[in-house]
Every structure is written in structure tokens, then in C-alpha cells.
Design a protein. Structure first.
Ligand code: HEC
Length: 397
């Protein structure tokens, strides 16, 4: 019963996380696009301190937007702020992390094939990465490197490589990917909380007090906001990656994670340039080619020899094998305490069900070793091979 309500809590939180995430990333896309698309305003607007204007049509109406070089002489009564999208995305994400990966550490985070961590160790490592990543980023941003775009991109990529390698040497593939996502998300929310909002507060307070406006506030906030914009596509990939074991359950998962982060941040660059009127399709083409090349390199080799172990196992033996390694979770009524229904809607209790799901079974238990989850039942290489052979011969017919 308890697990059942936890499932609902998880559903509601995940829902909330996606909704607030859309609002946050949507605002990031919109405002970066807006900034890059501003055009020279007419003289009278420039004289009022406006630096750029933009006209748009949406939802049946025409909009006229202007951006001030520093700020208006007097503040309007209503000024809209954008911060709760960021905070609520981060908060719901962290609660989900605790609920799924820390409460369920034995199922989702700790993989004894990778590192035999205790629950406490795993959680302490996880939190240290999230906090440590943020501190390191802040440290980097306090140096002169921050003003040099390519240099900061290089430093961040290098840090992501180290983090990706370290995380995948400690945690299950899923756990490692999600932790890198949480590190990036924390940096992004931190940028909003520590830099963007305080700079805007300073700007607004100065306008109210009729003081001289310092362009440095805006510039600092703008830079962090641009960083956040480049983080959006990588973090979105990480959010959906948990459905794709060919990425996180691969032996070289840390390199795959790094490659997809680089490819997606690069793709974002195409859009940011395009909004500024620079059309460079080679960037997008490179991203597509790189993704295709990655998919090609990762293609599973299906060299399942005919002979070993004793070449064909019977349907009865396969049912026994699946029963031993999968059915605790993959049953209409799982005996595993973490589940109240078959995960992914996949029950594997009868030979008919096993045959029906055989392609998926091969993907997760033979091509990658993603299932059983963190190899909780110690499925051996021979057993995987026998299962692969059986699928090759029997289930496909
Ligand atoms: C400890 C519980 C557990 C065990 C044991 C387990 N699984 Fe799973 N399995 C899961 C969970 C949880 C998911 C859903 C993962 C998700 O949400 O992406 C899943 C998903 C799957 C999927 C769907 C994957 C996808 O990409 O949609 C397949 C196929 C699968 N398991 C096969 C197996 C096979 C075959 C075994 C035994 C060799 C096995 N599982 C053992 C928990 C388990």
C-alpha cells in the first residue's frame, strides 16, 4: 500500500517537474531569442533609453516589445519577474532524486558491479557531486576565464568529462546520468538565485532610488543567463536518457554522456547564432552527423556463438531463467517491495509474454546488461548468452 502511494507521489512530482521545467526552459528560449532578435528602434524610442525593439504576432494579436539599454526613468507599477519556474523545477527535481535514487538507492543508484557502496556512502557521494559541481562552477566564474566564451566552454566540457567519468565509476548508469543532470540543474538554478535575480534587484532598486545605473549588473546576469541557455539541451537529453539503456548501460557510458552533452550544447549554438541573423547550418549538420556516428559506433555486435553453452535451451529452461532473474519485478503482482505493478507494463510470467517482449528483453538483458536492475539477481554472462541464443532461434520465428 505504501509503495502504491509513493508511486502516486512520484507521478505527481514528475508531472510538476516537467511542467515547471517547460515553463523555465521555455522562458529561457524565449528571452534569449528575444534578445538576439532585437532590432534598431526609431529615434524617439532611442531617446527614451530603448536599445532594441521587436514586433511579433502570436495568438491572434500583435506584440510590440522593447528592451532598455539600462532601464526606464521610472518603474511601471507591474514588473514581471521570472524565478519561480526555476526554483520549482529545481525543488521538484531534488525531491524526485531523493524519492527515487536515495530512498530507492539499492534498486536505482548502487550497482555492485561498479562499486560496492553502502546506502549512506552513495547518498553522501551523490550530494557531494551536486554541491561540489556548483561550487566549482562558481569558482570558475569568479576568475577572468568567464569573459572568454571558448575558454569557459572548454573548462566546463573538461569538468563535465571528469564528473561523467567519476559518476559512472561510482553509480549505476541511470544514477550517474541523473546526477550529472542534477549538477547542471543546480548550477542553472544557482545562477538564477545567486546572480540573475540579485542583479535585477540591484537594477530595480537603483531605478527606484533614482541612482546611476551600472551596466555591469545587467552584463553579469546576461552572461549567466546565456550559460543556462547552453545547458538546456544537455539537461533535456539527460532527463529523457533514462529510457535508453543503449546510452547509460553501455560500457563506455561516460563518453556517450559527454558526447551527447557536447553535441546538444553545440546544436543550441546554431539557434543562438540564427536568432542573431547568422545562419550557419554546418553546426546543425555536424550535430546530426555526430549523433548518427555515435549511434553507428554503439551498434551492438550480435556475435552470439552457436556452441556455448550447450547450444539450445528449451522454453521451459528460459521460463525458469526469466523467473529467477526477472519475475520478482516483472509480474502482474511483483513480489519485489519497490513495485506494485509490472515495471514498464512488462510482465514476464508466461512463455507467451516472454516471446512477445523478446526484442526488448534482448536489448536490456543481452545487448546491454541493464536488466535485471543493477544485476540484483547476479545474472551470469553464460545465462545472458543462452537467453540471447534462445531469442535468436525461437522467439523470432
Ligand atoms: C529489481 C527489479 C527488476 C528486475 C529484477 C528486472 N527488471 Fe526490468 N525493469 C525494471 C524497471 C523498474 C523498469 C522500468 C525502467 C524505466 O522506467 O525506464 C524495467 C524495464 C524493463 C524493460 C523495458 C525497458 C524499456 O526500455 O522500456 C524490459 C524489456 C525489462 N525491464 C526486462 C527485464 C528482464 C529481461 C529482466 C530479467 C533478466 C528484468 N527486466 C529484471 C525493474 C526490474
Amino acid at each position: 500500500m505504501e509503495t502504491y502511494f509513493l508511486d502516486w507521489l512520484e507521478l505527481v512530482l514528475r508531472w510538476l517537474h516537467v511542467i515547471t521545467g517547460i515553463a523555465w526552459i521555455g522562458a529561457s528560449f524565449y528571452f534569449v531569442w528575444l534578445d538576439n532578435s532585437l532590432e534598431e528602434p526609431p529615434r524617439w524610442k532611442i531617446d527614451n533609453g530603448v536599445k532594441g525593439e521587436l514586433w511579433a504576432v502570436h495568438g491572434g494579436g500583435i506584440y510590440e516589445v522593447g528592451k532598455y539599454r539600462l532601464g526606464p526613468a521610472k518603474l511601471p507599477e507591474t514588473l514581471h519577474w521570472f524565478k519561480w519556474e526555476a526554483y520549482s523545477t529545481w525543488l521538484s527535481g531534488m525531491v524526485l532524486m531523493v524519492l527515487i535514487f536515495y530512498v530507492g538507492a539499492d534498486t536505482y543508484l548502487i550497482d555492485p558491479r561498479i562499486a560496492e557502496l553502502s546506502r549512506i556512502e552513495a547518498i553522501v557521494f551523490g550530494i557531494s557531486f551536486i554541491v561540489g559541481g556548483w561550487l566549482l562552477y562558481e569558482l570558475l566564474c569568479s576568475t577572468a576565464i568567464v569573459t572568454n566564451g571558448p575558454a569557459i566552454a572548454l573548462c566546463l566540457t573538461f569538468s563535465a568529462a571528469v564528473a561523467s567519468w567519476a559518476l559512472t565509476s561510482l553509480f549505476s548508469g541511470r544514477g550517474a546520468f541523473i546526477h550529472l543532470g542534477a549538477m547542471i540543474g543546480t548550477i542553472m538554478a544557482g545562477n538564477v538565485f545567486r546572480v540573475i535575480i540579485p542583479s535585477q534587484r540591484a537594477l530595480v532598486a537603483a531605478i527606484e532610488a533614482g541612482k546611476e545605473l551600472d551596466p555591469a549588473w545587467g552584463a553579469k546576469a546576461k552572461l549567466r543567463s546565456t550559460h543556462n541557455n547552453y545547458f538546456t539541451l544537455p539537461i533535456l537529453f539527460i532527463m529523457v536518457s533514462n529510457h535508453y539503456p543503449m546510452t547509460y548501460a553501455h560500457t563506455h557510458n561516460w563518453l556517450i554522456l559527454l558526447a551527447l552533452i557536447m553535441i546538444s550544447a553545440f546544436a543550441r549554438h546554431f539557434f543562438n547564432l540564427r536568432h542573431r541573423g547568422i545562419f550557419r547550418p554546418s553546426i546543425l549538420v555536424t550535430s546530426v552527423i555526430a549523433t548518427s556516428a555515435l549511434a553507428w559506433v554503439l551498434m551492438p555486435v550480435r556475435a552470439i556463438p552457436e556452441t556455448k553453452p550447450a547450444n539450445s535451451i528449451s522454453d521451459v529452461e528460459v521460463t525458469a531463467l526469466i523467473s529467477k532473474h526477472c519475475v520478482a519485478c516483472h509480474a502482474a503482482q511483483p513480489s519485489h517491495p519497490a513495485f506494485t505493478s509490472a515495471p514498464g507494463g512488462i510482465a514476464l510470467e508466461t512463455i507467451a509474454q516472454i516471446k512477445r517482449w523478446s526484442t526488448q528483453i534482448r536489448a536490456v538483458a543481452v545487448d546491454t546488461e541493464d536488466m535485471p536492475m543493477v544485476n540484483s539477481t547476479n545474472m551470469t554472462a553464460d545465462e545472458r548468452q543462452a537467453l540471447g541464443q534462445w531469442i535468436e532461434k525461437t522467439a523470432k520465428r
